[in-house]
Design a protein around this ligand. Structure first.
Ligand SMILES: [Zn+2]
Length: 118
């Protein structure tokens, strides 16, 4: 399951999960909070309270595009962690742009036609 305080974050995370083939039994909790002191736009970490889950924190003041791209970036890290790998920033930075672009195209299809073709 994916949990988020805003539906748009849920949509983006679910889209990335499908595209990245992250197993659906992994729980992902997305929070928006103040990360200014830490000078990051977002991060993710193992949720130690849960056996099979991760937390993502996003800086609450990000504009919508930055928030979406940062979420895509963190989803790439969750894929890496779920495969037992270390965080690979190069891959995450490359894929965040691609995922965001694909999500925008997917989202536009829903808005324009009300459905998504195959
Ligand atoms: Zn990163």
């Amino acid at each position: 399951m994916i949990y988020a305080n805003r539906p748009i974050l849920l949509d983006i995370a679910a889209f990335c999960r499908d595209r990245l083939h992250i197993p659906i039994d992994i729980n992902i909790n997305i929070h928006e909070c103040c990360l200014k002191e830490d000078s990051v736009m977002g991060w993710c970490y193992d949720d130690y309270d849960e056996e099979h889950g991760y937390d993502i924190e996003l800086e609450v003041t990000l504009d919508p595009v930055d928030a979406a791209e940062t979420l895509c970036h963190e989803m790439v890290h969750i894929k890496q962690f779920s495969e037992g790998k270390d965080a690979d920033e190069e891959e995450a930075e490359k894929l965040e742009t691609i995922l965001y672009k694909e999500w925008r195209e997917y989202d536009e299809k829903i808005i324009t036609y009300g459905y998504v073709g195959c």
